[in-house]
Ligand binder design. Structure first.
Ligand SMILES: Cc1cc2nc3c(=O)[nH]c(=O)nc-3n(C[C@H](O)[C@H](O)[C@H](O)COP(=O)(O)O)c2cc1C
Length: 577
């Protein structure tokens, strides 16, 4: 019998909906994201785009990673304006032991994550649950004033890493389950009750995914990429995007940008990663063949730039010899790769103002200040990971969308076609052959790359000279917003001394995978996920974890150290019981 304790224990749809209803009524927030930070469509600009044959209301969403693993994460992205979601990569190995911490976002980003941390069957449940949850929220009248008309959204499957794994019957069952989700959705509808009962039969497309991205990371054999794409197209009827790695630029070009141009001189490259990954000439041949294959099959073949860059672990914050770089420096690398591909495949990529060609998606150091530019290049979708792990969290996506809408309005561009035409006209006026070439050229100038340099990114974080305690702290709220899983709650203190802080913080232990991101951004000394009161809703999980923390049962708090103060706060959160 396995004694493995699963890192994550997702909540039921019923529990999530119960929380949404009460939190919205009491706090005007959902999963701790304040209503004023939701994205509300701007009636003066049309941000919709067609991705994989589906029209979605915005071209932006979370990249595969910690923001797309569980249902509440998907809801948070959606509230912040995401309308396209690259689901957390699934693969056949679903009992991985990921070292902790696994995320280091202090400056440029690093992580040592792999694929989903749930069992495959749980991932299927989460994706179906998230799909139904969004369908319900979309029609839920109390939200109307905060989100307006949300429009359509799409989920995109992400798979790894080799052909045998992807052909495995358990992987096939997951993909089939998402392609024909009717029975699963119907079974879940029983949990849509209480104030949501009238939405129990809400319309939800049983074909949850029409597109898949193949992650060619983690040793995905280059000579299996084509076989995997063909398998996904023919066996599962999916349109397929190949997510490329920045190693495709070659070690010399990467070193020139990362070390010489951007000043990340302390980041040692990993020669083996460059040698083992897909090589440039082979990639171009592969693109030729897959484009032809897809056309013959009546499917769409696309590219995505890029996954993270494997580097040697020089920081010693996470375990292991290697780690994966993301964020600002990756942005410059990925735009350079994009420009090289455009030059090598003239007229064949659906970039800039092109109406046809191989679609290109993007995920590399996108943030609120550059998302509009990336959308202007015709990249679809534009996805974000590292930036959402910084203070402000999911709300940062809504900021990016507001900036896109504002800039479109200033340019009198009413839709994304007009926005791309505007970017193209600007590039040509500056003497560039295309908006993409212009973007890459700009990132080669000091004023263009300055904000992506180590000097700009290595600002020290705020530090408070104090050991973190269970109650009271600087009350900055960072632990709440940087947690991709919504595993932190902030409760207004509202009680008399001895408590001093205006808010107290509680950990929903079943949703915390100990990634360490809260520790990075906590100004005090200590790990909030360990130090703050850890609450459990499931007695079995609490038992398995040696009865640590506090168990919420019907109305009493059990625990190794039941604490009056915790009880007081939990009393303010009736949905927890
Ligand atoms: C913590 C973390 C986990 C990630 N997990 C995955 C994954 O499961 N599958 C995948 O294809 N990419 C994964 N990525 C890569 C992202 O999807 C994205 O391509 C990359 O981080 C670059 O975007 P960014 O600079 O906005 O983070 C992960 C990235 C991070 C930071």
């Amino acid at each position: 019998m396995s004694t493995r304790i699963e890192p994550l224990h997702p909540w039921s749809l019923e529990r999530l909906l119960g929380r949404i209803e009460q939190e919205w009524a009491q706090e005007k927030s959902i999963f701790s994201l304040a209503g004023r930070r939701f994205w509300q469509a701007d009636p003066d600009v049309d941000l919709s785009a067609v991705i994989g044959g589906r029209r979605v209301a915005t071209p932006v969403g979370p990249a595969a990673g910690p923001h797309t693993q569980m249902a509440q994460n998907l809801a948070l992205g959606w509230l912040a304006g995401a309308r396209t979601f690259e689901l957390k990569t699934v693969q056949i190995l679903d009992e991985l032991d990921i070292p902790r911490p696994c995320i280091d976002m202090e400056h440029e980003g690093y992580n040592v994550e792999w694929s989903q941390e749930l069992k495959l069957e749980q991932s299927l449940d989460e994706y179906v649950k998230g799909w139904l949850l969004l369908a319900v929220l979309r029609q839920w009248e109390p939200l109307r004033g905060a989100i307006g008309e949300p429009g359509d959204h799409a989920f995109e499957l992400s798979v790894g890493y080799d052909l045998a794994g992807i052909r495995h019957e358990r992987m096939a069952a997951l993909i089939d389950g998402l392609r024909q989700a009717g029975p699963r959705l119907d079974a879940l509808r029983a949990q849509v009750g209480g104030p949501f009962a009238h939405l129990r039969d809400v319309e939800a497309d049983p074909v949850i995914v029409r597109t898949a991205t193949l992650s060619t990371f983690h040793g995905c054999p280059p000579d299996e990429i084509e076989g995997i794409v063909e398998h996904l197209m023919t066996r599962h009827g999916l349109d397929v995007t190949v997510k490329l790695n920045p190693t495709l630029l070659g070690q010399e070009a990467v070193a020139a940008i990362l070390h010489d141009r951007l000043g990340y001189t302390d980041v040692p490259l990993d020669a083996a990663a460059f040698a083992g990954d897909l090589q440039w000439d082979r990639a171009l041949q592969m693109i030729d063949r897959l484009e032809t294959f897809a056309r013959r099959e009546g499917r769409e073949f696309g590219l995505k730039l890029t996954n993270t860059l494997v580097v040697q672990n020089h920081r010693g914050i996470m375990a292991g010899d290697r780690m994966y770089l993301s964020g600002p420096p990756l942005h410059v690398l990925a735009v350079e790769l994009l420009a090289r591909l455009e030059a090598a495949l003239p007229g064949r990529l659906k970039l800039d103002c092109a109406e046809a060609g191989i679609p290109v998606a993007f995920s590399a150091g996108v943030d609120k200040d550059n998302v509009a530019d990336m959308v202007g290049l015709g990249l679809l979708p534009v996805t974000v990971c590292s930036d959402l792990l910084k203070p402000g969290g999911y709300g940062r996506m809504a900021q990016g969308l507001r900036s896109l809408a504002k800039r479109m309005k200033a340019a009198k561009a009413r839709d994304l076609g007009a926005w791309r035409a505007h970017a193209d006209a600007q590039a040509r006026a500056a003497g560039s052959a295309s908006a993409t070439a212009f973007a890459a050229a700009r990132l080669a100038t000091p004023e263009g790359f300055e904000r992506y340099t180590a000097a700009a990114v290595h600002d020290p974080l705020r530090v408070v000279d104090h050991d973190l305690e269970m109650f009271d702290c600087a009350a900055c709220g960072n632990c709440v917003t940087v947690c991709p899983n919504n595993a932190f709650l902030s409760v207004p203190t509202g009680v008399k001394p001895p408590l001093k802080s205006r808010s107290q913080y509680l950990v929903l232990a079943e949703l915390c995978n100990e990634c360490g991101n809260c520790t990075t951004f906590c100004p005090e000394r200590g790990a909030p996920w360990q130090v703050k009161p850890r609450l459990y809703t499931d007695a079995a999980v609490w038992e398995a974890r040696g009865r640590e923390g506090f168990l919420m049962d019907t109305n009493e708090l059990a625990g190794t150290d039941p604490d009056r103060t915790v009880r007081l706060f939990v009393g303010k959160l009736p949905w927890l019981r």
